[in-house]
Write a protein that binds this ligand. Structure first.
Ligand SMILES: Nc1ncnc2c1ncn2[C@@H]1O[C@H](COP(=O)(O)OP(=O)(O)OP(=O)(O)O)[C@@H](O)[C@H]1O
Ligand SMILES: [Mg+2]
Length: 185
């Protein structure tokens, strides 16, 4: 039996609702009330990720994808006592980090020419072996891995610092997520 999500609430930071879990699926919406809340969610997810885990980020310009991705990368580096620059992969498309026994790939696919280019970049192999955090993940098209954790971010009209977030997990191995979301709520 899996843990249920906590009811929506909390001190105006992050609220979670609409959780549903069917077998290997999880789908949940949250409001992230500030950049700090988005970073806190990234830091909460980061320690749970292992080889073969792909986190796909979607949402328009300025939605908060890079804010989330950089906080996630920073958390995994900090866990190893490392404080390093986290360059934007906007132009290189990928930045890789050697962690303890696993690679971490940070990709920004805004400039991806075609889904086939993901293979050329080595991303499709990385999906199987590395931790991958992918901005503009929807640009992968058919190269999107079946087992994935997707986070989509949307602006909230009238609330500059808030983002509507939808987290959906596909495939097995995301059992830790409900407890992380309950903690964030
Ligand atoms: N709740 C929030 N979560 C994340 N960012 C927020 C939030 N509220 C405001 N912001 C601001 O929105 C901007 C998000 O920028 P960011 O680079 O993370 O977006 P992005 O989705 O990567 O955009 P792009 O596709 O243009 O690269 C930052 O300036 C950040 O401070
Ligand atoms: Mg970005």
């Amino acid at each position: 039996m899996r843990a249920a999500l906590a009811p929506a609430g909390g001190p105006g930071r992050t609220t979670a609702s609409n959780a549903r879990q069917n077998g290997h699926e999880l789908d949940s919406t949250l409001t992230l009330g500030s950049p700090a809340a988005t970073e806190a969610l990234a830091r909460a997810i980061a320690p749970h990720l292992g080889p073969g885990d792909m986190v796909g980020l979607s949402g328009g310009l300025g939605a908060g994808k890079s804010t989330f991705a950089r906080a996630l990368v920073a958390a995994r580096l900090a866990a190893l006592g490392r404080a390093e620059d986290i360059p934007s992969p906007s132009y290189t498309l990928v930045q890789t980090y050697e962690l303890d026994g696993v690679e971490l790939w940070h990709a920004d696919l805004y400039r991806l020419a075609s889904p086939a280019e993901a293979g050329e970049l080595g991303l499709e192999d990385a999906f199987a072996t590395a931790i991958t955090v992918v901005e503009w993940a929807e640009r992968l098209g058919a190269a999107l891995p079946a087992r994935r954790l997707m986070l989509s971010l949307e602006l909230v009209p009238g609330a500059d610092d808030a983002r509507r977030a939808r987290l959906s997990a596909e495939g097995p191995g995301w059992d830790w997520l409900p407890a992380v979301l309950a903690e964030a709520a």
